[in-house]
Each structure stands twice: as structure tokens, then as C-alpha cells.
Design a protein around this ligand. Structure first.
Ligand code: GAP
Length: 488
């Protein structure tokens, strides 16, 4: 049973073993940006692959997509991000540190992105007893002010025709803007989903806790389109699907929970929303959002129909988003360009959307924390990562017991054979116990050792990471053994 880990243990293991490094470290680092090292990149690839397998590959009703990060500025007008996507912040008058108001109050994870900036400012916040997280001063804050979360950039080489663009703060909008393309180019019919994994960017006020909240991060989002009236059933289906995804990949049930949003916490577009929360070893009470599942209704497709109707005004106003008002909705909006025609029922409507939205980096952190374990073995501490085999960065390591008597050659041959199928590692350096420990710490489920007996009967030992038990099998059966055990 894994002990509850301190985040510092994970951070130091990640650096020591090449999972995750601070970005630009040789220049003193760049706050809240991280790089994935040799083991980390494999782990993250496996998290992505597991999500894609479960959400796209194993389903007949979901297709994939990969959209560009830069999109037409009107996308963000229509989605609401241009006018709403800001955090309410205050500055400590003593140390000048800025803090999110919701981090000082009860809703630890509630962005004001969901309400217009004006109505967020209209709410009174009593911060007189609140403590500055940086210097400890009590109630010594400025008035709340909005802080825009979208990163801006310029597109175009010439000053005259350059245009302000935004790095996308979520991948979802690329799915909505391609809804028509996917409908017209495939055989999908409502109910169906479009899934995407990709980078998103938010100029977060407070970043914290390693890769939990960063300014550049990866999201895995599904927009599942369904007929109005069936949305509540699909919402329940996806809640269960997504919860089970984490537990099937080894997250302990006691560390995972579903938390329904209070009505005042709901995003402007959502009819219902639930967070899958993980008990992280940090923060104000540990439970933190891992993934959100929202019933977004027909909000987004209707908004993009309004966005399409705003194009003329866009050109008339010199492509300046600040001068644009979103066009009103057409009278018969349900027959608009982003509607769906049901052949069987002969009816046309704007589909409702259920959106499970996960963070790849955040779930990678949860998988790391949950897998981390320490135990005493013969008076020595053993650190290990009990990863589910599908997530383990390296599936098997191959060792010759000693560097002589032909053992390295046999071990190399086994390694060369199985690396075609699994990500493997070969190591002939140092004491065998040390080599096992290094693989335990990397989360490698199996170690294969060629020893003296191999020379006599062509068998090798296979050691199980979790139980440390070893068994002998024929050398030519290693591939089949791993295939069966790893189920890949
Ligand atoms: N399209 C809906 C949406 O973006 P969200 O709750 O803002 O919803 C979804 O984000 C998920 O993306 C979060 O549950 C989290 O896993 C991840 N995420 C959001 N902001 C993040 C950040 N700054 N750093 C790391 N992951 C983040």
C-alpha cells in the first residue's frame, strides 16, 4: 500500500531520474514551465495513448482531430474568452504579490472566466481577514482587478497587416469550429464525439505545485454531440467512463472522487458540471481538480453561428476585436450552418455537447503521485513507482548477471528481439541489486536476467517489480510472457 507522498519526494525523483526538469534550467529556469526528460516523455506519451485508446480507438462513435493552436480571433469573441476569460486578482500592499481572489476565498479552483468581468467585479469580497500567501500580511489588499488569461501574439511580417492573435486557452474551440467539416467529410451521425489532445496556454496568475498548474499545458478534450433531451443520460455515461479510466489505470479509488459544481460555480455555458478530483499531496485540503465534465448545452455551436454572422463587421472594423460586438442570433438559429439534420426523424437541431476535459500533465502528476511507494527491504529503503504496465515508461529491462562468459551477448540478443515490441532497456553496469533498484524507481514492471543457468538450459529469470519475486522461463518465451502480462 503506497504511503501518502510528499510532493517534494516526487519532484526530486523526477529530476534525479529524468522524468521532469525545470524549463531553461541552465538560465535559472522559467517559472511554471517544465520539460519532460527521457523517462517523462515516455510516461506522458503513454498517458496520451491510454486516453486516445479509451476515448477514440475503442469507440465507434468518436473520431479524432488535431487543430492548430492559432485560430481566427473571432473564435474567442464567439466563445466568450475575449470578454470573460480573466481572473480577479488583488495585490498585497505590503509585498506587491498578486493573488487570485478565489484562492483567498472558499472556491479554490474557480476562475472568473465563467462570468463577465463586470459582473465579477460587482461581487463584494470581504478580504479583511485574508492572509497574503507570500508575506503573511492580513487584509492588506488592493481592490480586486481583472487579469486577462489569454496570451497575445502578432501574426504577419508587416506592421500594417499584422494581426493580434491569441494562443488557445483550451483545445475545445477547434473542435466546435470543425464540427461542420467532420459532419461533411465522414459518416458520423449524432450522437458522436470529436476528440483532441494538444497544447493550451493560460497566463495563470498563480502557478503552483510543479506541473499541476502551468502556463503551457496539454489538454485531452472530447466534445460529445447529442440530441437535446438525451444530454443528461450522456452526461452520466461520460462521468462513469472517465472516472473508470483513472481507476482502470491504477489510481486508487480512495484518492479519487466526483464533486458536482454548485450552481454559482457553473461556467456561463454549462447546465451541469462535475470535477473528477484527486487527493494531491499539497494545497488547501488536498482534493484538487483533475478533470472537468460539463454539459455545455448548445451554447458553443450557437455562439459560433453568431461569430460567422459577425464576419462583415470584422472587416468593417479593421479586424480589431476590441471594436466588435458579436452579431445577434438568427431567428431560425436551429436551422443554421452548425445544425444537424436527423434523416430518420426528419428534424433539424443544434446538438447539445457533453465535454470531458482532462489535463495530460495534471493526470501524469496524479499517476506519478499514486504510483510512488517506499518500503523497507532487508534494512534498506526501496523507492518504487508502481505504474500500471500500460503507463510504465520502460516495460522491461534486460541484464546479464556478469559482464563475461557470453552472458552480455545472450542478453543483448533477447533485448534486440523484444525492443521491437516494447520500450526496453539494456544494462550491464554495476551490482545486479542496484540495477533492480534503478528499474524499480523508474517503474519498470519486469527485469530479465541472463545468468549461469542460462548457459546450461537456455532459461532466464523474470523479476516482478511489485512482489520482487523471480521465476525462470525459457529465453525464447520472454516475448510471449511479456505480451501476456503487459496485455499490449
Ligand atoms: N474546455 C474546458 C476547459 O478547458 P478547464 O477546467 O479550464 O476546462 C480542463 O480545464 C482541464 O485542463 C483541467 O481539469 C486540468 O486538468 C487542465 N488544466 C487547466 N488549466 C491548467 C493549467 N494551468 N495547468 C495544467 N493543467 C491545466
Amino acid at each position: 500500500m503506497a504511503k501518502l507522498t510528499k510532493l517534494d519526494d516526487i519532484v526530486s525523483l523526477c529530476k534525479r531520474r529524468g522524468f521532469i526538469f525545470q524549463s531553461s534550467e541552465i538560465y535559472g529556469g522559467l517559472a511554471s514551465c517544465y520539460d519532460y526528460g527521457p523517462l517523462g516523455v515516455e510516461l506522458k506519451r503513454n498517458v496520451r495513448a491510454a486516453w486516445w485508446k479509451s476515448v477514440v480507438q475503442m469507440r465507434d462513435d468518436v473520431v479524432g482531430l488535431d487543430c492548430s493552436i492559432l485560430m481566427h480571433p473571432l473564435v474567442w469573441k464567439a466563445s466568450g474568452h475575449a470578454d470573460k476569460f480573466a481572473d480577479l486578482i488583488v495585490e498585497c500592499k505590503k509585498c506587491n504579490t498578486r493573488t487570485r481572489v478565489d484562492h483567498l476565498t472558499d472556491h479554490a479552483e474557480q476562475h472568473t472566466e465563467h462570468v463577465s468581468i463586470d459582473s465579477a467585479l460587482a461581487v463584494t469580497h470581504d478580504l479583511s481577514s485574508k492572509i497574503c500567501p507570500n508575506c503573511g500580511a492580513i487584509g492588506n489588499f488592493t481592490e480586486p482587478m481583472p487579469f486577462k488569461l489569454m496570451f497575445e501574439t502578432q501574426m504577419g511580417a508587416n506592421v500594417d497587416d499584422s494581426m493580434t492573435l491569441y494562443l488557445r486557452p483550451e483545445t475545445a474551440q477547434g473542435i466546435f469550429t470543425n464540427f461542420r467539416n467532420v459532419l461533411d467529410s465522414t459518416r458520423v451521425k449524432v450522437p458522436f464525439g470529436i476528440a483532441q489532445i494538444g497544447k493550451s496556454f493560460r497566463n495563470e496568475v498563480t502557478t503552483k505545485a510543479f506541473i499541476f498548474r502551468t502556463r503551457e499545458f496539454e489538454q485531452a478534450e472530447l466534445e460529445f454531440f447529442c440530441e437535446p433531451g438525451t444530454d443528461e443520460t450522456w452526461y452520466e455515461t461520460w462521468k462513469a467512463e472517465r472516472f473508470n479510466w483513472y481507476t482502470n489505470l491504477g489510481i486508487k479509488k480512495e484518492n479519487l472522487r466526483l464533486r458536482d459544481h454548485d450552481p454559482d460555480e457553473l461556467a456561463h455555458y454549462a447546465k451541469a458540471c462535475v470535477d473528477i478530483e484527486y487527493k494531491f499531496p499539497f494545497g488547501q485540503g488536498d482534493w484538487q481538480e483533475l478533470e472537468g465534465i460539463a454539459n455545455r448545452t448548445d451554447f458553443d455551436l450557437r455562439q459560433h453561428q453568431r461569430g460567422m454572422r459577425t464576419l462583415n463587421s470584422w472587416f468593417e472594423n479593421s479586424k480589431d476585436l476590441s471594436k466588435i460586438t458579436l452579431a445577434s442570433e438568427a431567428d431560425e438559429y436551429h436551422k443554421g450552418p452548425l445544425s444537424f439534420f436527423d434523416d430518420e426523424k426528419k428534424s433539424r437541431y443544434i446538438p447539445y455537447v457533453i465535454e470531458p476535459s482532462a489535463g495530460i500533465d495534471r493526470s501524469t502528476l496524479a499517476f506519478l503521485v499514486d504510483a510512488y511507494d517506499e518500503e523497507q527491504v532487508r534494512g534498506e529503503q526501496r523507492n518504487l513507482l508502481r505504474f500500471h504496465p500500460a503507463l510504465a515508461p520502460v516495460k522491461a529491462a534486460v541484464f546479464p548477471l556478469v559482464k563475461k562468459e557470453g552472458m552480455p551477448e545472450i542478453a543483448r540478443k533477447i533485448y534486440d528481439d523484444i525492443k521491437k515490441y516494447f520500450s526496453c532497456f539494456y544494462d550491464q553496469k554495476g551490482a545486479i541489486g542496484r540495477r533492480y533498484r534503478r528499474q524499480d524507481e523508474a517503474g519498470t514492471p519486469f527485469c530479465i536476467t541472463v545468468d549461469g543457468q542460462t548457459l546450461e538450459d537456455d532459461t532466464v529469470t523474470i523479476r516482478d517489480r511489485d512482489s520482487m519475486e523471480q521465476q525462470r522461463i525459457a529465453a525464447d518465451q520472454v516475448k510471449n510472457y511479456l505480451r501476456e502480462k503487459l496485455d499490449i
